[in-house]
Design a protein around this ligand. Structure first.
Ligand code: WTA
Length: 648
């Protein structure tokens, strides 16, 4: 790969609002101090922050140790995250969670109540025999009990793995088996778009016979009260709670003990179990909530992410609670019953900080460009986006219609692997331009490098986005797969830089523009999905011979999936319109609706190299309506390109 050319130049600049920075957690002089401290003494920078922001049970003795890329942070320190999130905020008469259900039921939980709920549930988990280091899979929607489950695991030192409640039984089964979970926690059912989703039945399908041998208990929170089948391994949440209030002493965790595993797609079929440890993760969560979101304890922070994604971990459950703020969670669809649901919730609950994904912004913009005008959104003071590049049109709409030209927008770049925001504006200080996540945060050293690892210094020349120095909340590996960790993130540049897998360029102001993924991963509605995973789901259908999946630009989702499929010979006369629908439903069942192809084309074969590798690059050109460019000399069956172009 040569440097990547960039043709997309946006130059509108938005000046920071000085008034904002007069009251914000970071002002220009503090930011300057932080940056110069990092430059002169990075150890002191991290150590002073860790001492200030985290409540330690025992102090740490070193900052960053270990050989690349197996870094360890704050060794010999002991702490507990649930203690940091709860115990230090009780007796202050403060709200922790405002929960809005899709049917509009509202529940408010104070820090004092949450503390009791977490202690009682921790006691119950302990009673069923779970011990530090055991894995627990949480398969629940975004309701307070999921937060209670996560915090209880953290209190006891159990490693949780939250599996997005929209995933199919097969995806759930694979994740349970990969991490060897002993317990799965779920709900009877939940509502989405006015329909009931029977989570417990999906869990039963995943656990059928002995398909998940490590599981010995399934805990069920009665959410909607729908009827379920009870098996021997099943226990109701409310039946295992202690009859009298119990206090469970937080487990003294070492800084490097694992907090959670979160599965994310890679470019090969199998999802990667990204592992995060305790102290470093907590530190970057806290400081980014304070710096980027300017979070204070009188804020009502609504991050719309599901707890099944990293954003839900860092900006719903751990960061904001550790900061002592009030979080709002909405367990429903953004367009239910109408596309003004978000604006209605903001008005009624006086949300001050709102963080969502460009795909949600585009959807709501399309369905009701003027709807926000009907609502009083004046409580908002800061807006954020995450998950994919935001196109300028959506950014400007967000700025005008939601922020009323008053609220800074923070476009935050980061990944499941980075644990917390890495590149983002500091509100009230950084100049912003629609479409760029601007500049790295203090303590984060970002590089854009060529294939040999040399810095690309020319303005607007694209290259591989890397992080040059370790940072506290970096992933600690892939669960059970050291080789894959090294191969995916480190090998190419000899363990010198962390490889993000994204490509990016830097403009004349030093702002970073993300250009896309460098591997074969598609980004649908802000979620990364491996094309291979989707391909293997398609190919598992008995009529299908081969499949290749690529993405193309989609107005709402950012990217959408185009699947190129060849059928087995005895099925080639099948009605393709009908079968297309069947195949979409098949993928939905196998992986979840997020992976459903938007378009499917059937052809006699797929473009392949002589060694049999499908040339996805050419399919991408076709799906995107571009000219087929680049080298086709290795193509085995050139005529197939014409056939594919004609089908579209
Ligand atoms: C993309 C989500 C442009 C990027 C927190 C990254 C973004 C992947 C941005 C990680 C942004 C995330 N601008 N692209 N502000 N934020 N991305 O692991 O490709 O679900 O590598 O983490 O999303 O997705 P993940």
């Amino acid at each position: 790969m040569k440097n990547i050319e960039s043709k997309l130049i946006e130059s509108r600049q938005y000046k920071p609002d000085i008034e904002f920075s007069k009251k914000s957690n970071l002002n220009p002089s503090l930011l300057k101090k932080l940056n110069s401290l990092y430059k002169n003494n990075p150890d002191e920078f991290w150590s002073s922050l860790a001492k200030k922001e985290i409540q330690w049970i025992k102090g740490f003795k070193s900052i960053c140790t270990g050989d690349a890329p197996f870094y360890e942070w704050f060794k010999e320190g002991k702490l507990n995250i649930s203690e940091n999130c709860l115990d230090r905020h009780i007796n202050k008469n403060k709200k922790a969670i405002i929960h809005i259900a899709e049917n509009n039921q509202k529940k408010i939980i104070s820090y004092d109540e949450l503390y009791i709920l977490v202690n009682n549930f921790s006691y119950a988990l302990k009673q069923i025999g779970l011990k530090k280091g055991d894995r627990v899979v949480i398969y629940m929607p975004t309701i307070p009990e999921s937060i209670i489950a996560m915090q209880s695991c953290a209190r006891l030192g159990l490693i949780h793995s939250v599996v997005f409640a929209g995933f199919s039984s097969e995806s759930l089964k694979n994740r349970i088996n990969d991490c060897g979970a002993k317990v799965v926690i779920t709900v009877d059912s939940f509502m989405r778009n006015g329909k009931i989703i029977n989570s417990k039945a999906i869990v039963d399908e995943a656990l059928i016979n002995t398909s998940c041998p490590s599981i010995n208990k399934c805990l069920i929170y009665k959410n909607l009260g729908t009827e379920i089948n009870l098996n021997d391994r099943d226990l109701w949440w409310h039946e295992i709670l202690p009859s009298k209030r119990k206090i469970v002493k937080p487990e003294a965790m070492s800084s490097e003990d694992l907090l959670f595993i979160l599965y994310t797609s890679g470019s090969t079929g199998k999802p990667k179990g990204i592992i995060h440890s305790t102290a470093g993760y907590l530190l970057n969560c806290i400081i980014t909530n304070k710096w980027v979101f300017d979070l204070k304890d009188n804020d009502i922070f609504w991050c719309t992410a599901d707890i099944g994604w990293i954003t839900g971990h860092s900006y719903v459950v751990y960061g904001p609670l550790a900061t002592g703020a009030t979080i709002l969670i909405y367990d429903g669809a953004p367009t239910f019953p109408k596309p003004d649901r978000f604006w209605d919730i903001i008005e009624k609950n006086k949300v001050t900080i709102f963080y969502t994904a460009p795909t949600a912004i585009r959807t709501l913009m399309k369905l009701g460009e003027d709807l926000p005008e009907k609502y009083d959104l004046s409580s908002l003071r800061l807006l954020g986006t995450v998950g994919e590049p935001i196109n300028p049109k959506a950014w400007i709409w967000y700025q005008l219609k939601i922020g009323n030209n008053r609220c800074p927008i923070v476009d935050t770049w980061w990944q499941t692997e980075t644990g917390a925001n890495m590149i983002a504006p500091i509100p009230g200080i950084t100049h912003t331009t629609p479409g760029t996540c601007t500049q790295p945060l203090p303590g984060i050293e970002i590089g854009i490098v060529d294939e040999d690892g040399n810095d690309i210094n020319e303005v607007n020349q694209g290259g591989n986005l890397v992080i040059k120095k370790p940072w506290p909340s970096m992933l600690r590996g892939i669960w059970g797969d050291k080789k894959r960790y090294l191969d995916t993130y480190w090998k190419k540049y000899n363990n010198n830089f962390y490889i993000t897998g994204d490509t990016a360029r830097k403009d004349a102001y030093g702002n970073i523009w993300i250009m896309g993924r460098s591997d074969d991963v598609v980004n649908i509605s802000g979620h990364r999905l491996g094309t291979m995973e989707i391909e293997s789901a398609i190919v598992s259908h008995e009529y299908v011979a081969e499949a290749a999946v690529v993405s193309y630009k989609h107005e709402i989702k950012g990217e959408a999936i185009h699947a190129f499929v060849t059928l087995k010979n005895n099925f080639i006369n099948y009605n393709s319109v009908e079968f297309s629908g069947e195949l979409k439903a098949w993928v939905k069942k196998k992986i979840g609706s997020i992976a459903k192809p938007e378009r499917i084309s059937f052809s006699d074969s797929l473009p392949k190299t002589r060694s049999g590798k499908i040339m996805r690059r050419l399919l991408r050109n076709i799906a995107r309506g571009e000219d087929v460019t680049g080298d086709t000399s290795t193509l085995e069956n050139e005529s197939i390109l014409d056939q594919l172009k004609n089908i579209l």
